[in-house]
Design a protein around this ligand. Structure first.
Ligand SMILES: *Cc1c(COP(=O)(O)O)cnc(C)c1O
Length: 239
C-alpha cells in the first residue's frame, strides 16, 4: 500500500469503529447507517483509493471541484452526493453526475433540477436541507429551508418529473437554540422525518452528522453520516 492509501485506510478504520460503537450504544444495527465520505478539497486520486478501500458513497460541496473529479472517476461504481449550497447556474452541471442532491432548499431549485434531470435522462435523488435555526420564510446561513417550509418543498420534489424524494438533511446549527446541542438538533430533524414519512413513506433517508458529531447523529437515528476530515485529514481553510 502507498503511504496515502495507508493513511486513508487508518482514517476509515477509526471512523468505522466510531460508527459501530455509536450503533451499539444506540441499540441499532451497523447496517442502518451508511458512511458518506466527503472528499471536497481532496484530489480524484484519493477518491480512487477510497473506492479501492471499499467506499461507495462520496460527497462534494462545490460544483467547480466536483464535476472534474466525478468525470475522472466515472469508471468507478460510486454514488455521488452533492451537499453544498447550490447556485442555480450550477444545476445543470450537478445533474450530470450527482446521484443525490442533499441541499434542496428552495422551490426554484426543484424546477431547475427537474428540467436538468429530464434533459440528462437521469433520476436525481433529493433531500430537503433543513435549517433548524432559520425563522419562517428564511434560509439558514449554511443553506437549508426553515422547518415550516419542508412540506411545500417535499410535495414539489415528489411531483417533479426526474426527481425522487429521498428524505431530509441537516447541518448542526452553530448559532441559535441548538448551538452546541447537536443531539437535540438531530432529534428534532428525526421528528420532521417522521412527519415527512407519514405522507412519503419512501423518503426515509436522514442525513446528519459529520466528523465532530457523528455519534450524536447515530444516537438520534440518522441513516447517513457525512464524514470528511476524520477520514481524509484536515482540509486547508477554504472549502
Ligand atoms: C464538509 C462537509 C461535511 C464533512 O465535514 P467534516 O467536518 O470534514 O467531517 C459534511 N457535510 C457538509 C454539508 C459539508 O459541507
Amino acid at each position: 500500500m502507498t503511504d496515502r492509501k495507508k493513511e486513508l485506510a487508518g482514517g476509515l478504520a477509526t471512523v468505522e469503529e466510531r460508527i459501530s460503537a455509536a450503533c451499539a450504544a444506540a441499540g441499532r444495527k451497523r447496517e442502518e447507517v451508511t458512511l458518506i465520505v466527503v472528499t471536497k478539497t481532496y484530489p480524484a486520486s484519493d477518491v480512487r483509493l477510497l473506492h479501492e478501500l471499499g467506499v461507495r458513497n462520496v460527497a462534494e460541496n462545490r460544483d467547480q471541484d466536483a464535476a472534474p473529479k466525478a468525470a475522472a472517476c466515472s469508471d468507478l461504481d460510486l454514488t455521488w452526493h452533492f451537499v453544498g449550497q447550490l447556485q442555480t447556474n450550477k444545476v445543470r452541471s450537478v445533474a450530470g453526475y450527482a446521484d443525490v442532491v442533499q441541499s434542496v432548499d428552495r422551490l426554484k431549485l426543484v424546477s431547475l433540477l427537474s428540467a436538468a434531470a429530464i434533459r440528462a435522462e437521469r433520476e436525481l435523488g433529493c433531500l430537503i436541507q433543513v435549517a433548524l435555526d432559520a425563522e419562517s420564510g428564511e434560509r439558514g446561513e449554511r443553506g437549508g429551508v426553515a422547518p415550516d417550509g419542508i412540506g411545500e418543498l417535499a410535495t414539489a420534489v415528489a411531483e417533479a418529473p426526474g426527481l425522487r424524494l429521498d428524505g431530509l438533511m441537516t447541518v448542526a446549527p452553530l448559532a441559535g437554540p441548538y448551538a452546541g446541542r447537536q443531539q437535540a438538533a438531530f432529534e428534532r430533524l428525526m421528528e420532521f422525518s417522521s412527519s415527512l414519512r407519514a405522507g412519503h413513506p419512501a423518503a426515509n433517508m436522514v442525513s446528519a452528522g459529520m466528523s465532530a458529531d457523528l455519534e450524536q447523529a447515530v444516537a438520534a437515528g440518522a441513516t447517513h453520516v457525512r464524514v470528511g476530515t476524520a477520514v481524509l485529514g484536515d482540509r486547508p481553510r477554504l472549502g
